[in-house]
Design a protein around this ligand. Structure first.
Ligand code: GSH
Length: 216
């Protein structure tokens, strides 16, 4: 299994997932700063020229949510997903789509300062997104209650960026949730790899508004 990766990008989500699962994989470096994502070989894996992407035998999958869902289904024994006929599968799928379809666009909208239309825009607005997370976290420490799953990897890693970029106040239920997520051993391992590779490749690893974790 090959993860197309570059440090300090959204490929970190897939790296975190793989480190939670502890399954064998290799990193395939795609230097998005040098334009390697536009190489025709990589475009065959992801025509969008974006990371993360995954190759597993003849399977090719890109888009963070799809990559994590593929991995969760591929390794059900790791219990980072929800089986097809489990009633929680509905909520699992909902949150799997939520980060890319609602949280990220609402964050981008806030960055631009544009006045959106909360009814017609699919992501509503950032306040509604925050409320949806807070509501889910009333049921337990994770989005699906007591079970930590792939959806927490997507949500917590993105909320962390929202805090750093000062788009969401780092406080309350959401702050506690992100802290809890980042305290996991799987996160620690992935984070150490990401840091190590960033240093090896001499990337700017400074974290701050000007250099958030996804510093592309
Ligand atoms: N919707 C995509 C977004 C991926 C994305 O934007 N990745 C950035 C790195 S954080 C990238 O590869 N950018 C290279 C480019 O756009 O050329 C996902 O969630 O996988």
């Amino acid at each position: 299994m090959k993860l197309f990766y570059w440090p300090k990008t959204r490929a970190f989500r897939a790296l975190w997932m793989l480190e939670e699962m502890r399954v064998p994989y290799q990193l395939e470096f795609v230097n998005i700063r040098a334009g390697a994502q536009n190489d025709s070989n990589f475009c065959r894996v992801n025509p969008m020229s974006k990371l993360p992407a995954l190759e597993d035998g003849s399977v090719r999958v890109a888009e963070s949510g799809a990559v994590l869902l593929y991995l969760a289904d591929r390794y059900p024994e790791t219990e980072l997903g929800v089986p097809l006929h489990d009633p929680s599968r509905g909520r699992f799928l909902q949150w799997m789509f939520f980060t890319g379809s609602c949280l990220e666009p609402a964050m981008a909208e806030r960055v631009t300062g544009a006045q959106g239309n909360t009814v017609s825009f699919g992501w509503g607005d950032l306040a509604r997104v925050e409320h949806a997370f807070e509501n889910a976290l009333e049921e337990g420490p994770w989005l699906l209650g007591d079970q930590f799953t792939a959806v927490d990897i997507l949500a917590a890693s993105t909320l962390q960026i929202a805090f750093i970029a000062k788009l969401i106040e780092p406080q309350g239920v959401l702050f506690d949730y992100v802290e809890r997520s980042l305290a996991r051993e799987g996160y620690e391992r992935a984070s150490a790899i990401d840091r190590r590779e960033a240093e090896r490749l001499a990337l700017n690893t400074q974290i701050g508004v000007a250099h958030p974790p996804h510093d592309d």
